[in-house]
Design a protein around this ligand. Structure first.
Ligand SMILES: [Zn+2]
Length: 244
């Protein structure tokens, strides 16, 4: 399975949880679910969400007393000549309420996706602005990255102790993995300088770095593939390095 396939399946999970997927897509997703723990968790979450929304307001038959009270408040109650509104809660009305709740769940899911996209775009714009600022500064050193898969540079501002790692064509990672940046100490120890995911759909990834200690205290940086959330020390394969 490629990460792209996984992403496609993941997008179908909300619809699947509501039984709104067509037969082909359902079969494909169910096959994927058998082997993907991450998608199984996602499905369980959506099922819990739709379940709690659907059961939040169960269709109910109003009591006779309530019906009488409500009817007396209707504008037409004082004018018996007009046809009366039959207030009974029909199965059709129940279905309509159910349909509204399902629509609600879909809207919530879409809203969540749009919010996530907005946050990602904002980060991307901010990082691009940081990179532009760096490029316009006369004191910034441009260091090449050494990597088999990707190309790029580290823009290093020694004076302000800030850097931006610009990578190109870094392969995308599944959600359960992340890239982690390490600062290399003279005694060969490693200090984490944060984690990042390549921007989906973009060829460039721009990652700012601002360590608590001066860059001069380190020999360079390395980037490894680690489990999501990052590690305390490098455990995965190194994908690139930059020597200062
Ligand atoms: Zn999956």
């Amino acid at each position: 399975m490629t990460p792209d396939e996984h992403t496609l399946f993941r997008e179908n999970i909300p619809a699947y949880a509501l039984g709104a997927l067509d037969a082909d897509e359902t079969a494909a997703l169910e096959t994927h679910l058998e082997t993907c723990a991450s998608c199984q968790t996602e499905l369980a979450e959506y099922r819990a969400l739709s379940q709690s929304l659907l059961t939040a307001v169960p269709p109910k038959q109003p009591s006779a007393a309530l019906r009488k009270r409500l009817r007396s408040r209707l504008p037409g109650a004082q004018r018996p000549a007009q046809p009366r509104w039959n207030f009974s809660f029909t199965p059709a009305l129940g279905l309509a309420v159910l349909a509204l709740f399902i629509l609600n769940v879909f809207s919530l899911i879409q809203l969540r996706q749009i919010q996530a996209q907005q946050a990602a775009l904002l980060t991307r714009v901010e990082n691009a602005q940081v990179a532009l600022t760096f490029l316009s500064s006369p004191n910034v050193q441009t260091l090449p990255i050494e990597s088999e898969q990707a190309s790029g540079t580290l823009l290093l501002d020694w004076e302000n102790n800030q850097a931006v790692l610009v990578t190109r064509n870094l392969p995308p990672l599944p959600p359960e993995q992340t890239y982690q940046i390490w600062l290399v100490q003279p005694d060969n120890g490693r200090v984490s300088a944060g984690t990042f995911h390549p921007e989906s759909g973009g060829t460039y990834t721009i990652q700012p770095l601002s360590p608590s200690q001066p860059f001069a205290n380190y020999l360079g940086i390395g980037v490894t593939i680690e489990p999501a959330g990052g590690s305390d020390a490098p455990t995965g394969k190194r994908v690139l390095k930059v020597d200062f």
